[in-house]
Design a protein around this ligand. Structure first.
Ligand code: PGA
Length: 241
């Protein structure tokens, strides 16, 4: 498992992950990418925007697919995944991606919206880029999620609610969300996990060397034959070299 983890010095981490993503876009101009939101990908997106400006990250043929979304937040809430992915990446790209498949947090029937988004993802994901929750979640597949979890409406774990209001500035604590299921993510051609910061050291060790189990949904990613982890040195501190 460890051989799949690329530990990058803290200061180079985001640039290295962005370079790797840009290379995928060059190799596969019509790539369908599932992209996360949150604090971890933000510096990667900043570096990607810079690469795109230099013509080294061609997004114009790519389709972006939302990983997850909170329910119950107002349309302009800064914590919403659609708002944050547009703000941190899409709006800064010129030309923009060929498509952005968001999850409609305002859909009157969230269960139907989960099914609709799942059908979009089922058309294929070339690369699923994921973040790691402090509680071991991926997307909003919270602890307790089995490896074959479907795309669905979920109840958020306490840690996820706290992150939404604390770090992401949600105007109210969201209690529910929609997430691509682990089953759908494991069906992607390739899966990357981005992990940065000392607060992720314990969850990363659990996800990489701990026993596989639904108490740490990220541990199931090890089943994927093309699984790559980009971790900064702080996050990798508890992994043996
Ligand atoms: P973060 O979120 O990148 O903001 O830490 C990751 C996650 O909780 O999935």
């Amino acid at each position: 498992m460890i051989r799949r983890v690329e530990v990058v010095p803290d200061r180079d981490w985001a640039g290295r992950a962005a370079e790797a993503l840009a290379a995928r876009l060059r190799d596969r101009p019509h790539a369908r990418l599932c992209l996360p939101t949150g604090d971890t990908p933000r510096p990667v997106y900043r570096a990607l925007v810079e690469l795109a400006r230099r013509g080294e990250a061609p997004f114009d043929g790519a389709e972006l697919i939302a990983l997850d979304e909170y329910l119950g937040l107002p349309p302009d809430d800064p914590a919403r995944a659609d708002v944050s992915l547009r703000r941190d990446l899409i709006d800064a790209l010129s030309p923009g991606p060929a498509a952005f498949h968001a999850i409609d947090a305002d859909a009157p029937d969230p269960e139907a919206e989960a099914r609709r988004h799942d059908a979009v993802a089922a058309e294929g994901i070339d690369l699923a880029v994921l973040g790691l929750g402090v509680n071991g979640h991926v997307g909003l597949n919270e602890p307790g999620s089995p490896a074959d979890s479907p795309t669905r409406v979920v109840t958020l774990a306490a840690e996820s609610r706290a992150v939404a209001t604390g770090r992401y500035g949600a105007s109210a604590p969201p209690t529910r969300g929609i997430t691509l299921g682990l089953g759908r993510l494991l069906a992607a051609r390739e899966v990357w996990l981005l992990v940065a910061g000392a607060h992720k050291a314990a969850p990363l060790a659990r996800a990489i060397v701990g026993p596989e189990g639904s108490d740490c949904p990220a541990s199931f990613l090890r089943r994927h034959p093309r699984y790559r982890v980009f971790a900064d040195a702080s996050a990798a501190a508890l992994l043996d070299a």
